[in-house]
Ligand binder design. Structure first.
Ligand SMILES: NC(=O)C1=CN([C@@H]2O[C@H](COP(=O)(O)OP(=O)(O)OC[C@H]3O[C@@H](n4cnc5c(N)ncnc54)[C@H](O)[C@@H]3O)[C@@H](O)[C@H]2O)[C@H](O)CC1
Ligand SMILES: [K+]
Length: 215
């Protein structure tokens, strides 16, 4: 049911919508499954000595905040950096932020010294990236790329166009990408493959051909 097809951002967003609105699975359920899948890869394939999760304010950031909480609950040293205005965050990301605050997880507004971190998780932009990355977002991504830590991207390497596979200004260079439900076309063409690292497709309950028996 899942995994083989390669979708555009629009097709992925439609699958997301169909699952939430037509089938009725709440968005936070999908986000939690995405976070559980990414956390499983981090624990199995990356160093968990000291983890930095860098989050945007869209739902990609929400995935990252949920990953940070799951790592924290496993006793893994984790710090969050939230890049962007939290007031502009999506409802799901605001919820995840509140949960991280409940647990007292450190949430920074700017990058710390990176050389003590052993793993960096990129949850800045996902398939909602809509224009060239500039300003503080570009600076942050370039600083992350210069760090020695292992690098994992949530859903898609931030800065890579989900449809064209081009680098929009600058992009996170991942060792591993955990992508939700299906690979995005931009991960298979142009510069996408050079920035994904190893791609792992996570089954989070979203299926393109998933329609009711009447449908
Ligand atoms: N599709 C699924 O099955 C699921 C996807 N999930 C995650 O959700 C993201 C998509 O989230 P979305 O809120 O649409 O947007 P993003 O988080 O990707 O980022 C957009 C965010 O950033 C702003 N923005 C866009 N471009 C720029 C830019 N160049 N500079 C600055 N800011 C920019 C934009 O305004 C938004 O605020 C998907 O990738 C998954 O990670 C669900 O959590 C699980 C199911
Ligand atoms: K990302």
């Amino acid at each position: 049911m899942t995994g083989e097809q390669v979708l555009t951002a629009e097709q992925m967003a439609e699958c997301d919508r169909h699952t939430i609105e037509d089938i009725g699975l709440p968005s936070l359920v999908l986000m939690e499954r995405a976070a559980l899948a990414a956390t499983d890869v981090i624990v199995k394939q990356m160093s968990t000595n000291k983890v930095l999760v860098v989050c945007g304010v869209g739902n990609n950031g929400g995935d990252g905040l949920a990953v940070a909480r799951l790592l924290w609950l496993k006793g893994i040293p984790v710090t969050v950096v939230l890049i962007g205005n939290p007031e502009k965050a999506t409802a799901q990301t605001k919820t995840q932020l509140k949960v991280c605050q409940y647990y007292g997880i450190t949430i920074l507004e700017a990058l710390p010294e990176l050389d003590t971190y052993t793993t960096i998780v990129d949850a800045i932009f996902g398939i909602g990236l809509s224009r060239s990355v500039t300003g503080k977002f570009a600076t942050v991504i370039e600083q992350l790329n210069a760090a020695a830590a292992g690098k994992l991207a949530i859903d898609i390497a931030s800065g890579i166009s989900a449809n064209a596979g081009t680098v929009l200004g600058t992009a996170f260079k991942a060792d591993v990408t955990v992508t939700m439900a299906y690979q995005k076309i931009g991960q298979t063409i142009a510069q996408g493959p050079a920035y994904n690292g190893d791609i792992i497709v996570a089954d989070i309950g979203i299926y393109q051909d998933d329609h009711s028996i009447e449908g």
